[in-house]
Design a protein around this ligand. Structure first.
Ligand code: BG6
Ligand code: MG
Length: 219
């Protein structure tokens, strides 16, 4: 059983932890890469996890055969976000990752606080679509921070808004940059999926495995 007793709160990343919008990010960047003739892969996409939109674009452009002006970069980031927004426009509560609704309910039942710490400026839209706008005790998004993950700012701010010592918070992340961010803020870290294997304090391959370790029975 996973022991929650050391924590007063769990601070969740959003994309790839609560909901599989990480796949929509991948597809939208893939469209840009294909339009521009830039080689792109899942490995490159893994390096974009947790990283802000403009920094993600810089990761994509590392393999570009030509240089792009700032105006062109802004236009590409805009185009990517329009495609991404189309991709998430059909999101519904049932699209949460397996076991996540049960995990969120269990935390409330146990009296633990929960928060979101995301680099995404689409955070509020996603939470609305999942009908989670009023669920969390604190929501820190890409619009609230100056430096995106791996900088600790987003997790530090979440602990501050919760009014808690970061040492009493558990960071749950699917991104290497996110684990570094949570750890930098002084939290214990729990990684989900292949990008966080071997670098977090605790690790599960999927959210459903975390739910099972918490004693939740899933059908
Ligand atoms: C993070 C994603 O949650 O948000 C990144 O893991 C994404 O892939 C970042 O680049 C910024 O998202 P948005 O929605 O502001 O473009
Ligand atoms: Mg993520």
């Amino acid at each position: 059983m996973f022991d929650l007793s050391p924590y007063d709160a769990i601070v969740f990343d959003l994309d790839g932890v609560i909901v599989s919008t990480d796949e929509q990010h991948y597809l939208a960047w893939k469209m840009i890469a294909d339009d521009e003739g830039i080689p792109y892969s899942r490995e490159i996409n893994n390096r974009q996890r947790g990283v802000s939109r403009m920094e993600s674009l810089d990761v994509l452009l590392e393999a570009a055969p030509k240089a792009y002006s700032q105006a062109e970069k802004n236009e590409m980031a805009f185009r990517k976000n329009e495609e991404y927004k189309r991709g998430i426009s059909f999101l519904k509560p049932g699209d949460m990752l397996e076991g996540m609704p049960e995990i969120l309910a269990l935390l409330k039942e146990k009296g633990l606080k929960s928060a979101i710490a995301s680099s995404s400026k689409n955070t509020n839209t996603i939470l609305e679509r999942l009908e989670l706008s009023n669920w969390f005790d604190a929501v820190v998004s890409g619009s609230d921070i100056k430096a995106s993950k791996p900088d600790p700012e987003v997790f530090s701010l979440a602990a501050q808004w919760l009014g808690l010592d970061p040492a009493k918070c558990l960071c749950v992340e699917d991104a290497k940059a996110g684990i570094e961010s949570g750890r930098g803020a002084g939290m214990k870290t729990l990684g989900i999926g292949p990008s966080t294997r071997g670098i977090s304090d605790f690790h599960f391959e999927e959210t459903r495995d975390f739910a099972l370790a918490l004693g939740i029975s899933l059908s």
